[in-house]
Write a protein that binds this ligand. Sequence first.
Ligand code: HEM
Length: 150
Amino acid sequence: MDEIGIDPVRLKALTVEGRKKIVDSLFAHAGEADAQQTLTDPKGYVAPPLDRIRANEPYLHNGNVPTLWHLMNSDDRPAVWRPVAPRMDEDKVGLTIEQASQIAVSSNDRVFGRSYFDTRKFGKSGDGHRFSDALSKSEKQEVLEYLKTF
Ligand code: HEM
């Protein structure tokens, strides 16, 4: 978690004891062999397989990264954004978004407010997974093009 630097809230949301109770409950199919393999003390998030990753937007466990381009270009990730039409951004691979400096909403327009993703909120941090910072601009684009072929 220290190395990847992504938002830890979901990981910390359950205690080891709480996870053990879930494993023993119907929610984990108690009694079946695979229930015993559930981790009760995970140290981080699972790095998921990247096949068909283009269809898994928005990215990372809390969905704070709208496109693979934003994943590869960490400094350009939006602090506040919302999806707009057309839904898919084929170039950046993910959601077409509108960025905002703050949520343009009045107190009685909650539905509109909820259409925004605000990375400044608890559990919604857009930090971390900055491994592509080590790549040049053209190398980032090459990885992005490669991910499109999955
Ligand atoms: C340039 C190299 C890399 C690329 C292109 C890449 C790509 C990705 C993508 C696209 C995701 C999002 C998956 C999804 O939301 O479904 C992801 C998640 C993840 N990656 Fe990487 N990755 C890279 C390097 C690394 C490295 C070096 C590590 C470990 C040291 C790592 C660990 C993880 C983890 C733990 C997640 C899950 C994070 C979460 O759910 O919030 N990745 N990666």
